[in-house]
Ligand binder design. Sequence first.
Ligand SMILES: [Zn+2]
Length: 377
Amino acid sequence: MPISRPLGSSPTLRRFGPSASIVALTLVVGLPRACAQMTVEEYTPRSTLKVPTHEISRARYPFIDVHNHQRLNLDSQAVAQLVSDMDALNMGLMVNLSGRSGADLRQGIASLRDRYPTRFLLFANVDFSKIDEPDFGTRAAIQLEADVRAGAQGLKIFKNLGLTLRDKSGTRVPTDDPRLDPIWDKAGALGIPVLIHTGEPASFFEPHDKFNERWLELKQIPSRARPPNRYPSWEQIMGEQHHVFEKHPETNFIAAHLDWMGGDLDRLGQLLDRLPNVYTEIGAVLAELGRQPRHARAWFIRHQDRVLFGKDSWAPEEYPVYFRVLETEDEYFDYYRKRHAFWKMYGLGLPDTVLRKLYYENAMRIIPGIDPTPFPQ
Ligand SMILES: [Zn+2]
């Protein structure tokens, strides 16, 4: 094609002679050279595609965000602002997963839930820095019971467990460490769910090369790389988590971030089919769903009782992309974070009954003590 054709063979150059060929060379060679110097981070093509669009600023139904993080010492003005931002999105209830424990938790309950009892609830956390103390698991379970009595309505486990947490012998503490069994059993006995974030995107564990789908993220934030000489494999870490789910069938678990299987929904579906005590949520993995609208829609319909709405980072302006992917059938629109996805989004157009389960019904079923009043029956 023209690209490989020698310049001298151009009909224009032959007709106008050597001086024209210098101008032409500048035009032909100069422009591609500037483009060649552009980085993938700079490249931001604007779509020229004209298709029907349905921008959505508010969710169709009041929804429960089961994966949010807020400080525990917000003053009344900050909390009022938060509620007003939630109202604009139609967020009925926010779950603050960073509830900590003891006095910190009580402060968070006073700051958030006591001020707006129907708008906030808190999950407690376990202090794993005490892992080397004798009877750690039993003591942590006793603390969890006290925290639930103080108002916590779930337990959140952060990703340091199983990935970076080490005991004093220097050994990594796997998620299925038997020392932790009393905690999982206690959550089941108390009737509260455990929202557990284990591991990270599988791409972080893969070579940082031109084939890696998170190449850009690993370039921008190199500390996210999990090379095999320093970390166990993704399969190992996730397998330990699944072992906990199997060992504690009386405890409900919410595997955060689609359990990092948003790109392999059939495998996630098999886990849900095998283990009825496991649920999941969609925080920070929307881009995986938005690139497979037909497959993801069928998957949501099949597993409609097991998926909850979550977002993770609190950025009100990013929620409308969630609504648009879940509610519309729009095509080829922008996601909000380039390092997660260099591709475009497509709407799933979820059926109303499925949307209501995702937005609030499933959360109401497994998180105790939610006031149903704001949510349509
Ligand atoms: Zn989170």
